[in-house]
Design a binder for this molecule. Structure first.
Ligand code: FPP
Length: 255
């Protein structure tokens, strides 16, 4: 992808691990839930900014399956935020041509969320400018395990031969089926790990870490991350184009 305004490479698929809501709130003497509320507002703004910049796929880590272990009140506050977020944003997403989808164990979410999620996904299903995926109750290892079970069932039923199992088939069984590989993963709040976020999809992704807490993440932060991405040289196991060209020149001199 090329940014039509700056002519620099843009990620086709951007993933964001939104971290630091709690610390942002604690530093202000506020309850952690205030950080999540501010974080949800930032989600709106960042989705708009990504859409304006022409990034076609954005996936946000909104709730890890391990987040169920947080204090009950905090989990409830996060579960209350989601339908509010959907309610506030679904029409705007629709107008912006943003299609919403979810990845994760959606059945684990409270029943009161199931309807709003299904409605928002259906309302935005025709969006062609950008796909926004919310990872909810998501864990990459679990997703791979479930995919392997599905494949094993097909092998046992005799509809699939073990030799037919390849990367494409596995990718098609993941909850992110149909999404391209991640090009860039941003993580906020100074943490430098993937925390079980789209591990297979991030196999060749560039990683970008910022100290900014998620509630402070803004257009400037986004552009800084996109600028860093544009300067990275992606080799996918090959050699850098410059090295390659220099080597070819020297080879032609030798030959
Ligand atoms: C990490 O901050 C963030 C989360 C666990 C949840 C992310 C949720 C939001 C950004 C708001 C809701 C999102 C939507 C889509 C409605 P943390 O609490 O782990 O922060 P800390 O590491 O400072 O404690």
């Amino acid at each position: 992808m090329i940014d039509s305004r700056s002519e620099r490479p843009l990620p086709t698929h951007l993933g964001i691990i939104m971290d630091g809501n709690g610390r942002w709130a604690e530093r202000r003497g506020l309850p952690r839930t205030a950080g999540h509320e501010r974080g949800a507002e930032v989600v709106h703004a960042v989705v708009r900014a990504c859409r304006e910049r022409g990034i076609p796929f954005v996936t946000l880590y909104a709730f890890s399956h391990l987040n169920w272990g947080r204090p009950r009140r905090e989990v409830e506050a996060l579960m209350d935020l989601l339908p509010r977020f959907l309610d506030d944003s679904v029409e705007e997403l629709h107008e912006l041509g943003v299609r919403l989808r979810v990845a994760g164990e959606v059945d684990d979410l409270p029943p009161r969320l199931q309807g709003p999620i299904a409605t928002a996904c259906a309302r935005t299903a025709g969006g062609e400018a950008m796909t926004l995926t919310l990872a909810l109750s998501y864990g990459a290892r679990r997703d791979v395990v479930q995919a392997m079970r599905n494949i094993a069932v097909a092998v046992r039923a005799g509809t699939l031969l073990p030799e037919q199992i390849d990367e494409e088939l596995l990718r098609g069984e993941l909850q992110t089926a149909g999404l391209p590989d991640l090009d860039l993963v941003i993580r906020t709040a100074g943490e430098m790990r993937l925390s079980d976020f789209l591990m297979l999809e991030a196999a060749h992704a560039e990683l970008y870490f910022t100290d900014a807490f998620w509630p402070d993440f803004d257009d400037t932060e986004l552009d800084r991350a996109l600028g860093a991405y544009a300067r990275r040289v992606r080799r996918f196991g090959g050699v850098t184009p410059m090295v390659d060209a220099a080597e070819r020149r020297s080879r032609s001199r030798i030959g």
